[in-house]
Unconditional design. Structure first.
Length: 89
């Protein structure tokens, strides 16, 4: 009877040791995954910031070009009006 009790005790101890080992590995994997997730979030934030600043710069260039086109259009309209006025005189 004592032999069976010792055998079961040893078997349970071994099984609990295996379970504890796998739980420790799982915990380590979760810590590693958490670190990787933080890195991914940081990279996503950096990419988002770079995209936003690139988009803002592009919008500024478009606005500048729109102003230039409007100025050129106004100059062309004034030139046409001057030519028309000269022809009517």
């Amino acid at each position: 009877m004592n032999n069976i009790t010792v055998l079961f005790g040893t078997l349970i101890t071994l099984l609990l040791s295996v379970v504890a080992y796998f739980i420790k590995q799982l915990h380590t994997d979760f810590k590693s995954m958490e670190k990787d997730l933080i890195e991914v979030k940081t990279m996503a934030l950096i990419i988002k910031t770079e995209f936003k600043s690139g988009n803002d710069l592009l919008n500024q260039k478009v606005e500048y070009l729109e102003k230039r086109v409007n100025n050129i259009e106004m100059l062309c309209i004034h030139e046409l009006q001057n030519e028309t006025n000269k022809k009517t005189l």
